[in-house]
Write a protein that binds this ligand. Structure first.
Ligand SMILES: [Zn+2]
Length: 494
């Protein structure tokens, strides 16, 4: 999910994160996670919304569709309110839960999860009653971005196909990271319409639970929580174990995140990132943009949960044994890899720049991400110089450091190729741009070939990935029922 970096602080977890007796709902959550039926493709925007409207037509008393906004390209942003009080005239009473898919449009596992969850809530009266909440489900909050990923949603689900059709908006155009933010020298208020729609919904329903549906790419399962509750961490570990999915063991995606348990982190905090960058002498104002949905919802005491799932796993990503290499050297090699790839892409982009059209989302994304490779390289080089980096790296850390270089060149190289391909396909590219496109495509093919040589990658079944998001959502909802003392039979666990 997030961005920026340094050594993870291993912190005292908040109350409730420690060991406790198994929660009474743990086995049910694991069972429901394992019951997700086979899924062979990710739905495109139209198919996803058709499925939700069909569900609403099937359960008119339980599902209320509404519109929460409009995308920049004019798509309605839809919300489906699910629950026995969905049609209450003065707004549904009791706890409100909010589940949002497509916050990053290259992360469509949540589209399947949102549909499966809504269907489950409609079809299982007993579950719905025991959870005792009204659910607001936004299946796809960034339809414009999702459509630009649809080229890989039907598979084949290899990394090459994914990267060739990958689109991720520039950070300031991401729904998740464009909530208003003001801290020290940073001030961000260029909130995009999609984020405004979600922000209004958060402010209207003041959710008790917010599940922002993200996913990663390669490695293992991990989570971000805004706080934790008795039994929740145990359930978050039990669900992937039940499904045979590994926990993430390598470099944390957000190296600043507080570690509360294996693969369970405190929610990313932009203020902490700002302070960290400032302390390293880097330009925090330039690097920090907006904040997250979880940060915005924190004012309502909301429990925010993010389950990050990979599409692929690799044995090395779960290997915590020593690699025989110094961690500082691993970071230095990572920085060198990112610096070299970044310089190559920057050169291509700079030469193409006078001929590019900012109306293209690929151009805007390339302008944001291509320089980012160099910035991350600078940051990793700074981390390599810290005393904490003078230790042996694990095999998993080596793998994830190397894989980040692979991931970035495949993702952002691919988007630059698509940025240059636009005018070529439209028949408007000057000869110089056509030549640059050919040059970029040749480099990119080489990177694709190198990445394809990585052996041992395992494609994970989509249904299992959906199962983890479903299981973690249900676990959080059950834990909130316990916390509120609303469990059947007078408040305590049965
Ligand atoms: Zn994400």
């Amino acid at each position: 999910m997030p961005g920026v970096h340094d050594e993870n602080a291993v912190t005292d977890p908040p109350a409730g994160a420690g060991p406790c007796a198994s929660p009474h709902w743990r086995d049910e959550v694991c069972r429901r996670a394992a019951e997700v039926p086979e899924i062979t493709a990710f739905p495109g925007v139209d198919a996803l919304l058709r499925a939700f409207h069909a569900l609403a037509a099937e359960h008119p008393d339980l599902v209320r569709p509404s519109r929460i906004g409009t995308s920049r390209l004019g798509e309605p942003l839809e919300c489906f309110t699910v629950g026995d009080a969905a049609h209450a005239p003065a707004g549904p009473p009791g706890p409100q839960h909010l589940v949002v898919g497509g916050v990053h449009p290259n992360e469509p596992i949540g589209a399947c999860t949102s549909l499966h969850l809504a269907r489950l809530l409609c079809e299982d009266d007993d579950l719905r009653a025991r959870l005792g909440a009204t659910w607001h489900v936004v299946p796809c909050v960034d339809p414009d971005g999702a459509r630009l990923n649809e080229g890989w949603f039907d598979g084949p689900f290899d990394r090459g196909t994914y990267a060739r059709h990958f689109y991720r908006p520039a950070p300031r155009e991401q729904v998740e990271w464009s909530f208003p933010f003001s801290y020290k020298g940073a001030y961000f208020d260029q909130t995009i319409p999609e984020t405004f729609g979600l922000m209004r919904l958060i402010d209207a329903v003041r959710p008790r639970l917010l599940v922002s549906l993200h996913n990663g790419e390669m490695g293992g399962v991990y989570y971000y929580l805004s706080r934790t509750l008795p039994g929740l961490v145990e359930a978050l570990h039990a669900v992937p174990a039940e499904l045979g999915l590994p926990l993430e063991r390598g470099e944390a995606e957000d190296p600043l995140a507080q570690v509360w348990a294996d693969a369970v982190y405190g929610m990313a905090d932009m203020r902490a990132h700002y302070d960290h960058l400032e302390a390293l002498g880097l330009d925090a104002v330039a690097a920090v943009g907006g904040t997250s949905s979880a940060d915005h919802a924190a004012q309502y005491g909301t429990l925010s949960v993010v389950a990050e799932l990979p599409y692929w796993s690799h044995p090395a990503a779960a290997d915590t044994s020593g690699s025989g290499r110094r961690y500082a050297d691993v970071l230095t090699a990572k920085a060198e890899g990112l610096r070299a790839d970044g310089a190559l892409l920057e050169s291509l982009l700079a030469r193409a720049e006078p001929m590019l059209d900012a109306a293209s989302p690929y151009v805007r994304a390339s302008r944001a991400f291509v320089p980012m490779l160099g910035h991350v390289a600078e940051h990793e080089a700074a981390r390599a110089g810290l005393p904490a980096a003078d230790r042996e790296a694990s095999v998993a850390e080596v793998f994830s450091a190397e894989d980040l270089v692979r991931c970035f060149r495949l993702r952002y190289g691919g988007m630059l190729v698509r940025a240059l391909a636009g005018p070529v396909a439209a028949g408007t590219a000057p000869a110089a741009l056509r030549r640059l496109h050919a040059e970029a495509a040749e480099v990119y093919e080489r990177w694709q070939d190198e990445a394809a040589q990585l052996e041992g990658t395992r494609l994970l079944p989509i249904a299992q990935l959906v199962g983890v998001q479903l299981g973690s959502t249900l676990a959080a909802a059950f834990a909130l029922v316990d916390e509120a003392g609303l469990a059947p039979g007078g408040g305590g666990p049965a």
